[in-house]
Design a protein around this ligand. Structure first.
Ligand code: SAH
Ligand code: SF4
Ligand code: F3S
Length: 440
């Protein structure tokens, strides 16, 4: 019998957590753990957590309560909390749930194997340090396994923007960009393992300014370098801040074929007084002007955004300004949330908009956004689009792929085509996906 153990990871929150979970699995692979999808057979459970809204953070404690019960059958089960709740709450986690053995912040994952070695029963190990060096240097993924056709690659982490509502600058720390050479070698490795599409990740990805061979390079220059990699067919990036959308990045959308026509550009609110109170440092008009410039460079670009309703001080007129902005922009996709006060952020002490007002505004905004999303889905019906085939669908003989506009497309196709881009005629649209037929 093999003496390898089993690791179960549950990932919450943003795509960076998905990427981090992969890297933690790679680093624990070396420490003797194989990943499993079955929590019941795990020797170690890691929750990679999110602190962005209260609900996200509270979910972690109810999940920990359930996981603790697995110790009845498996007394040696190790329980770890990683991610942004780990960073924000540290020791408090162990106080609230003493069954936790490990608390590890997002900048300390390279310490995981050593932390495991240090574990003694009843003595939790906590590490929420912010080391100066690049944590990814210590987390090489040399498993060489085949990968799914689409992968994430973190190029930038942390945020210096300090929006008044947001925990990210505290949980992820200051903005740090990875050097270009490391990103290129990681991208080449992914491509050699079957990856055709890479999504570059950063909390503020368009503020990327990594060290290149001849000085600092911005995101547009990085994308140009990545586009040279043979076999890498598609490049995406997320999430961008409107204030960091430089001219060369806008131009890149019209010039680089591999850069997909989809941009996630959160605005949060359409009211200038709310934007000011949020410390966003842009106005509704400057955002709209930016959108016009991006559309001039790439007329078919699909735009997506994030919205917060019920930020402290938001009046009905402020909210109406958000609806007006949405009407003007016409989003292909969007995410909207009720404001959630986060401890330690500047807005946390401000007087809150009543919950029923928040709920009512969210419903109105979501109705409008859904209408726009449906209209966008409908607009591609009848077109032939290049679709990257990614995985088997639910039905036999069916595959699921992705359009350039980040839409899921279902079609009948042979599994051998997974990982290739095919021309697909879009025949119908459902709320969350499209159906298509292979051409030729
Ligand atoms: N730039 C980041 C944003 C992370 S948070 C990124 O890389 O994605 C994602 C979204 O969550 C934000 O754009 C914002 O709309 C929302 N959000 C952040 N803090 C919030 C809070 N306190 N309450 C409600 N929504 C929040
Ligand atoms: Fe949070 Fe604002 Fe930074 Fe985005 S830009 S991570 S919303 S502080
Ligand atoms: Fe959540 Fe942290 Fe991402 S708070 S959204 S997991 S950066």
């Amino acid at each position: 019998m093999s003496d390898r153990k089993k690791l179960f990871i549950k990932t919450y929150g943003c795509q960076m957590n998905v990427y981090d979970s992969e890297r933690m699995a790679a680093s624990l692979d070396k420490a003797g753990y194989d990943q499993t999808d079955e929590v019941a057979e795990a020797d170690m459970v890691l929750l990679n957590t999110c602190h962005i809204r209260e609900k996200a953070a509270e979910k972690v404690y109810s999940e920990l309560g359930r996981i603790k019960e697995l110790r009845v059958a498996k007394p040696d089960l190790k329980i770890g909390v990683a991610g942004c709740v780990a960073q924000a709450e540290g020791e408090e986690i162990v106080r609230r749930q003493p069954a936790v053995d490990l608390v590890v912040g997002p900048q300390a994952y390279h310490n995981l194997p050593a932390m495991l070695d240090a574990l003694k029963p009843g003595k939790p190990v906590i590490n929420t340090d912010f080391p100066a060096e690049d944590k990814f240097d210590h987390l090489p993924d040399d498993r060489r396994a085949r990968r799914a056709p689409s992968a994430f690659l973190t190029v930038q982490e942390g945020c210096d923007k300090f929006c008044a509502f947001c925990v990210v600058p505290y949980t992820r720390g200051a903005e740090v960009s990875r050097p270009v050479a490391r990103i290129l070698s990681e991208a080449k490795d992914l491509v050699s393992r079957g990856v055709a599409e890479i999504t570059l990740l950063g909390q503020n990805v368009n503020a990327y300014h990594g060290e290149g061979p001849d000085g600092e390079m911005g995101l547009a220059a990085l994308i140009r370098a990545l586009a040279e990699i043979e076999g890498l067919e598609r490049i995406r990036f997320t999430t961008s801040h409107p204030n960091d959308m430089e001219d060369d990045l806008i131009a890149a959308h019209g010039e680089i074929d591999k850069l997909m026509p989809y941009l996630h550009l959160p605005v949060q609110s359409g009211s200038d007084s709310v934007l000011k109170a949020m410390n966003r440092k842009h106005t509704a008009e400057s955002y709209f002007t930016l959108i016009e410039r991006i559309r001039a460079a790439r007329p078919d670009i699909a735009l997506s955004g994030d919205f917060i309703v019920g930020f402290p001080g938001e009046t009905e007129a402020d909210f109406q300004a958000t609806l007006d902005l949405v009407e003007r922009v016409e989003y292909a996709q969007a995410f909207s949330f009720k404001y959630s006060a986060r401890p330690g952020t500047p807005a946390a002490d401000r007087e809150e908009v009543p919950e029923d007002v928040k709920s009512e505004r969210l419903a109105r905004l979501q109705a409008l956004l859904l209408q726009q999303q449906r209209a966008f889905q409908e607009s591609v019906v009848g077109r032939v689009l290049p679709v990257l085939l990614e995985k088997p669908g639910r039905k036999d003989g069916q595959l699921i792929g992705k359009s350039p506009y980040l839409q899921a497309v279902h079609l009948d196709a042979a599994p051998e085509l997974i990982g290739t881009i095919q021309q697909v005629r879009i025949v119908s649209s459902k709320s969350n996906s499209l159906s298509g037929e292979l051409m030729g």
